[in-house]
Design a protein around this ligand. Structure first.
Ligand code: PLP
Ligand code: COI
Length: 345
C-alpha cells in the first residue's frame, strides 16, 4: 500500500468526484485523431467559443475497473462502450472516435491510476471500483450552429462506491408526466452530454419529496416507461423479465444488455423487450434500475399520480438479487467468464 491509497477510506466512497493522478488525452483536427497519451490530471484550456460550451457538442461514457478476487484488474465489456461512443459521435457530427483509441485510453488510464482502484472486498454491497469517464468535446471555436473545427477526447478516473447511498437497498421512484428525458428522433439513444442537465430540475424536485429518482415516461403518449434517470428500467412478473425496447429514446446500456443475456441463458427466464405501459407495472413482483453506476438497484415503490405501487414489500426481490450476484461475480473474476465479458488490464 502506498502513500495515496493509505488515506482513502474505501468503504466510505460514494459516487463523487475524486481527483486521480493521470488522464488520457487525444485531439482531432481535419478529421484525424492524434494521441497525446497520459498526462497529469488537470484543467484544460479552451476557447469561450468552443462548440461544446455554446452548443453542447459532446458525449461521454462510463465504465468501471474492478479488482478481481483473483488479483487481476478487469474492465467489463469495454468494447461495447467503444462502439457506443463511436455511434454517438456520428449523431452529434463529431469525427467518430476510433474504437482502438478508446481501448487504449481506458487501458492506459486504469494502469496509470492503479493505486486508486478500490481493493476487492468480500462484502459485495460495499464493492467499490475505479470509474472511468471518457468524454469527447467539440473544443474548436465556432459561432454559427455547426460542428466545431477541432475536438478533444479526455479519459479521467475516480474511485467510487455505490451510486445510490443505500447500495443494494430498494429506492423510491416518482413518475412525472410534466418532464421528459428524450423524444423520438432526438438524442436519447446516445450518451450526449446535453441529455443530463435537463433531468436535474425534475430529479431535484423528486428528491425534495423523498424520492431518489424520476421514472420517465415517453414524450408522445405520456404512458410508456422509459428510463430511471441515468439507468435502464426492468420489471419482473413470475418468470418473465421486461424492459423497454431500444426505440431511439432509450440508452442501450451495457448492463441492460448483460442482464438480458444472463436472465435468458443462466436463469432460463422469459425475456421481453417491448413497450411497458404504466398500467403494466401495477401487478409486477419486482423491479430494478440498471447501469454502470447504479449496477442493479432494486426499486421498492413507484409513485404515479395519486397512487403508490409497492414492490416485494419494499425489499429487494429474490430474482433481482440472483441476477445482481451473478453480474458482480462475473465482474470480479469469481464466476466463469462464459461470454468473454472480462477484459484483463
Ligand atoms: N441510461 C442512461 C440514460 C445512462 O446514462 C446510463 C449510464 O450509462 C444507462 C442507462 C446505463 O448504461 P450502462 O449500463 O451502459 O452504464
Ligand atoms: C453510468 O452509469 O456510467 C452513468 O453514466 C450514470 C452517470 C450519469 C452517473
Amino acid at each position: 500500500m502506498n502513500e495515496i491509497n493509505k488515506h482513502i477510506e474505501w468503504k466510505k466512497l460514494g459516487f463523487k468526484f475524486f481527483p486521480t493522478k493521470y488522464m488520457f488525452v487525444a485531439t482531432c483536427s481535419d478529421g484525424e485523431w492524434k494521441t497525446t497519451g497520459c498526462v497529469p490530471f488537470g484543467n484544460i484550456e479552451i476557447s469561450p467559443a468552443a462548440g461544446v460550451l455554446n452548443y453542447g457538442q459532446g458525449l461521454f461514457e462510463g465504465l468501471k475497473a474492478y479488482s478481481g478476487r483473483d488479483g487481476h484488474v478487469y474492465l467489463f465489456r469495454p468494447q461495447k462502450n467503444a462502439d457506443r461512443i463511436h455511434n454517438g459521435c456520428k449523431r452529434l457530427c463529431i469525427p467518430p472516435l476510433p474504437q482502438d483509441l478508446f481501448m487504449e485510453a481506458v487501458t492506459e488510464v486504469t494502469k496509470a491510476n492503479k493505486e486508486f482502484i478500490p481493493p476487492y472486498q468480500e462484502d459485495s454491497v460495499a464493492q467499490g471500483a475505479l470509474y472511468l469517464r471518457p468524454v469527447v468535446w467539440g473544443t474548436g471555436p465556432v459561432l454559427g450552429v455547426a460542428p466545431a473545427p477541432s475536438y478533444t477526447f479526455v479519459t479521467y478516473a475516480c474511485p467510487v462506491g455505490p451510486y445510490f447511498r443505500s447500495g443494494f437497498e430498494s429506492i423510491k421512484l416518482k413518475i412525472t408526466e410534466n418532464y421528459h428525458r428524450a423524444a423520438s428522433g432526438g438524442t436519447g439513444g446516445v450518451k450526449a452530454i446535453g441529455n443530463y442537465c435537463i433531468g436535474m430540475m425534475p430529479a431535484k424536485m423528486a428528491k425534495s419529496e423523498g424520492f431518489q429518482e424520476i421514472l420517465y415516461l415517453d414524450a408522445k403518449d405520456n404512458k410508456h416507461i422509459e428510463e430511471v434517470g441515468a439507468a435502464n428500467f426492468f420489471c419482473i412478473k413470475g418468470n418473465k423479465l421486461y424492459t423497454p425496447a431500444l426505440d431511439g429514446c432509450i440508452l442501450p446500456g451495457v448492463t441492460r444488455n448483460s442482464i438480458l443475456h444472463l436472465a435468458k441463458n443462466e436463469f432460463a427466464m422469459d425475456v421481453h423487450e417491448g413497450s411497458i405501459s404504466v398500467d403494466d407495472i401495477f401487478d409486477c413482483d419486482e423491479a430494478f434500475a440498471s447501469g454502470t453506476a447504479a449496477v442493479i438497484t432494486p426499486i421498492g415503490s413507484i409513485s404515479y399520480q395519486d397512487k403508490e405501487i409497492v414492490m416485494n414489500n419494499n425489499e429487494p426481490g429474490p430474482i433481482s438479487k440472483k441476477i445482481y450476484q451473478k453480474l458482480l461475480d462475473i465482474q470480479h473474476g469469481i464466476a466463469e467468464d462464459k461470454y468473454n465479458w472480462r477484459y484483463v488490464i
